[in-house]
Design a protein around this ligand. Sequence first.
Ligand code: SAM
Length: 275
Amino acid sequence: MKLTEMKQILATGQIQLTKSLGQNFLHDQNQLRRIVDSAELSPTDQVLEIGPGLGPLTELLVARAGHVLAIEMDRRLVDFLLGHFAAQTNLTLLHDDALAYLVREPRDWADWKLVANLPYSVASPILVELAEATNPPRRLTITLQLEVAKRLVAIADEEDYGVLSLLIQLAYEPVSNFKIPSDCFFPPPDVDSACVTLQRRAAPLLPPELRPAFKRLVKLGFSQRRKMMLKLLKASWPLEKLQAAFETLGLSPQIRAEKVSLLQFVELTKILEHP
Ligand code: SAM
């Protein structure tokens, strides 16, 4: 879908774009193709698309995947898409708030791939919701603000490393990413974007029953970035247990959360939750 076509559809439907819904539509054909290539789609794949907008990505997804489930919150866009894709048999369109849908209707996403140019305001909660699902999607290829993309792939000691990096990387390994300049979108957003691909880990790092404790540990550890992690964790675990666990893992009692790697957080969770 070219920019002129997009503008024409919006004008014909008298659709004024809504900034709060992150309505910046991707019209650059090269970037759209790179996104779909990163998803490594095959004709048997089931794809979840969140926020299809006017459908520039959807067009490529239905051509390459087995089935596409697209969830769009804006009624005006859903009405357009229903007409535009009326003859498409491998597309299911839902009019819903995708985050509410994911929370309300948990399902087995294990055989699915997420490919989406995400609405920026809800990108992080949507990704966390999917990563924490009992059976998360096997691959995520998502376009979002560069600043959030950096947090998704950051490792310990990097500036962007934090709660989001750890919650996502517990389930996923970053595979690739590339920048998308803001002039590839209409209207251009204030910030640059990036497309990130993450692959679900072959084996989970933690069993499901320990994941809530991992999340508690990470959130508490990063609750005050400049403070020593051990002091912050005292709110949730006994001091002696914490000291013994830090010693076992060779972590200094003075260490701050930003220096602690994903695998160290995983091991710490196992030790602290061991009865
Ligand atoms: N995929 C299209 C593209 O690449 O041009 C549109 C992407 S645009 C960044 C985000 C889309 O998500 C918009 O169409 C917006 O209406 C929709 N949206 C915003 N919040 C949503 C939500 N909570 N659930 C589903 N769709 C949402």
